[in-house]
Design a protein. Sequence first.
Length: 293
Amino acid sequence: MTLDGEAANRIVSALASQLGMTVHETALAIVRIATTSMIGALNSILIEEGYDHREFIINAFGGAGPPHAAELIAEMGIPRAIIPHNPGQFSAYGFLHASARVDRQRTMQMTTTTFDRNRAHEMMSSLIKECVTELTSQGYRDNLVTECSLEMRYLGQNYELELPIEPAAFERAGAEDGLWEAFHAAHKSRFGFSTPGEVIEIVTFSATVLAITQHPTLPELAKSTDAPAPRSRRNVGFIEGTLDTPIFWRDDLLAGQSIAGPAVVEEAASITLVIPGQTLTVDAFGHLIIQAN
């Protein structure tokens, strides 16, 4: 599908005239609104849950992910963004190679004062057995991995904290002592405080069994340290203004090559934007890595 530049210009011009702005300013404002919305979503996942966004990277996949990655990491101070090979097919590729899994979850409330290790062991064992039975009925019998967790909270709270545990955690007498300590530590790490004298409540028991599939070996790209040659150049709008920008074709890029922003990398299903002050590097598998200079 070819973009109709004249039609896009007419639509944005109509809005620009109502706002008293230029077409360039209006187009940038539209992009900024979208970026701000994404930043709000990221904040709700990271900052509001107590995570430091500087310890993460953005994996920008899908056809619409790569155009926004550079702006997002610049605005949020996230160190890097990765644009995977064939980003438009990334989800489908993952689905095809994902491990089969079955999840089971059941509510059974216990507290530090009413905890019954035998009942807890029976509950978790029952959930695991249900998961295994479901997987084996689908033909998965090998390479099974079990993961278990509890949703816990201080008594009276209206939100829970999920705490991973070993599948056999309740087989040992006194194992609950370590469980309470682990919850206090996890609560302090997530929310910044803990109250060791407070009663802890277990709300939900969860079990997951996965049938691990063999992952394919990804081919590596040929290597080069030569500067890649752009296919063309055109004017592209940035916050800094309209800049003469090199346009690269992704399939031309080799492992080890770098591109300084501003730049645009085009491919069949997406484009990747690199803003001024950033560098894009191609890794061994053809993934594009964007980071600040």
